[in-house]
Design a protein around this ligand. Structure first.
Ligand code: G3H
Length: 531
């Protein structure tokens, strides 16, 4: 273990007070938890001699509270008669506008906790917050557009139809630790705005940062629309699923948990799934690739937020002809990345939030080395108390764990190839199908590859690292990587269903519908425009 001297923590980043989160949101009330609690630690040290920092504690909830939350969400949906699912779109939008305005006032608090809880760098933490706020505003605009497009009647074969998108019911939302705010809200916000009622459990790491937003959830939405639970997924999510009363499971995480939860539902045919799962996105570097550009993009792709992104590049295929030059530059670039605490200026690598992560990465390295791989960069595998330096491993073969598993951390497996069919066959065989990064210039080589790759994954990034954003683009995957599509536009569809009023074209019906429209009493049957 190497000793490392951190820079002093600036005053505005120091933890002066721990947060003992007692309140939880159930049925519109911020209730006080009196039961058992779990301490929340950061792997970032506040002292000169390394020690994890206590940030606070959260309630350790169980089945009883989980079922109460479910009861509140069901009552708020009230068999489709609830205030929220029947509310005018305009009014639901108004609630969401109030929420986002309140949320914006909590930027500093949330960003500070993002840094401490998950070790995300300061610029990336601000970006996560701002991107989420922007996502909410964009969702509001998109919903207005959707509503405007529905404010009309169609007529086919003598039948009129007034088609809208309606809510699905009760949604259970579970987000990941790497984007505890953004990815969770990218599920929760469209689910709420479409008229569903929700139960939401923050991720294991990145949980205290939800606490500054609890009051906004409580005050901006009618009772029972948003219920917030704390505790282990197994303890609170399982009983909710077993009840069979959940209509949508919205989860960003891994397929193991998604499958385990899905299987608990007694009638899985009723359950809608909105899932963003694991991936093993490859970079494929062709012989004519621009060296500097591919090295830079592969550094960003493999190591932004220490590789803890579902979209991270998790295996790098380099053509034999360019391999030596690429690996030389790439290894040096990895070793020159600045490591430090999230608020240190220019920092690129930061402490890992999961205490056991370095040991896991070490296991992958040891396994690969036992099977013939070498660490190419000088600092690769260097250990500190809360970090393991990214190792560039080469040559990596299919029997190695680092090839098979989604490492979700700082280690970079490199495979070389002669024929392009090699990475293509591997991708076809892989359990994952999210994205790929393709580096090269020759259009006659690129064209057939693009045509094939687009059928194996859902986003082909040309000379660019993989990423989810901008959030207006579809984010999805094949095989074990996703179910349903998320983007500002698509998420509204994923959390709703088309439902409509139809009537045969005759005098009685036409007169009745005209009166219905004039009376303006139905919130569904309406041709009003939201500007
Ligand atoms: O964890 C996966 C995230 O969706 C990645 O998002 O590509 O914007 O970092 P990003």
């Amino acid at each position: 273990m190497k000793k490392i001297t951190y820079k002093p923590i600036p005053e505005n980043r120091q933890i002066n007070e721990v947060i003992h989160q007692k309140a939880y949101l159930l049925g519109g009330e911020l209730r006080q938890w009196e039961g058992e609690t779990t301490e929340v630690y950061s792997t970032i040290s506040s002292t000169k001699d390394y020690a994890p920092t206590l940030l606070g504690s959260i309630p350790t909830m169980g089945e009883k509270e989980a079922l109460e939350a479910l009861g509140e969400a069901c009552s708020a949906y009230d068999k489709g008669q609830g205030v929220w699912p029947t509310m005018k779109v305009k009014d639901r939008i108004h609630c969401m506008e109030n929420f986002v305005k309140k949320m914006e006032t909590k930027r500093e608090e949330v960003v500070k906790l993002l840094m401490w809880e998950i070790g995300k760098s300061e610029p990336d933490s601000y970006k996560e917050f701002d991107r989420t706020v922007e996502y909410i505003y964009d969702t509001i605009e998109e919903y207005k557009e959707l509503d405007r497009n529905s404010a009309k009647f169609q007529k086919h074969d003598g039948v009129y139809a007034h088609i809208r998108r309606g809510p699905l019911g009760v949604v259970l939302c579970l987000g990941p630790y790497n984007y505890p705010l953004n990815e969770t809200f990218a599920l929760l916000i469209p689910a709420i705005i479409m008229g569903n009622t929700t139960i939401f459990k923050p991720a294991k790491h990145g949980v205290l940062l939800i606490t500054p937003l609890m009051e906004a959830f409580q005050s901006c939405f009618p009772k029972g629309v948003v219920n917030i639970l704390f505790g282990r997924g197994r303890a609170v999510a399982a009983p909710i699923m077993q009840s069979g009363k959940v209509d949508v499971l919205a989860l960003i995480g891994n397929s193991k948990s998604a499958n385990a939860l899905q299987e608990q539902h007694p009638k899985s045919n009723r359950l809608r799934l909105v899932l963003g799962l694991e991936a093993k996105n490859p970079a494929v570097v062709l012989p004519d690739a621009n060296l500097d550009l591919s090295v830079n993009e592969c550094i960003a792709g493999t190591l932004s937020f220490n590789g803890q992104r579902c979209t991270a590049l998790k295996v790098v295929y380099v053509h034999q002809d360019i391999k030596d030059a690429f690996l030389d530059k790439f290894s040096k670039a990895v070793d020159s990345l600045p490591f430090g605490n999230p608020w240190d200026e220019g920092v690129k690598l930061t402490p890992l939030p999961e205490p056991g992560k370095s040991d896991y990465i070490q296991e992958l390295i040891d396994d690969a080395m036992a099977k013939g791989a070498k660490i190419l960069n000088e600092r690769g595998g260097e250990r500190f108390d809360n970090y393991i330096w990214p190792a560039v491993l080469y040559p990596v073969t299919k029997d190695m764990r680092v090839y098979q598993e989604e490492q979700f951390g700082p280690v970079i497996p490199v495979v070389s190839f002669e024929e392009i069919s090699e990475p293509l066959d591997d991708m076809a065989e892989s359990n994952y199908g999210q994205q790929v990064s393709l580096f090269g210039k020759d259009v006659y080589t690129l064209s057939p590859l693009i045509d094939t790759l687009a059928n194996l994954v859902c986003r082909v990034n040309l000379n660019s690292s993989c990423q989810r954003g901008p959030d207006v683009y579809p984010f999805t995957g094949r095989k074990d990587s996703a179910q349903a599509t998320l983007s500002v536009h698509d998420a509204l569809r994923s959390f709703s269903i088309r439902t409509f009023v139809a009537f045969k074209d005759n005098e009685i019906n036409n007169e009745t519908v005209e009166q219905l429209l004039e009376a303006k009493v139905s919130n569904f049957l309406s041709t009003d425009y939201i500007l």
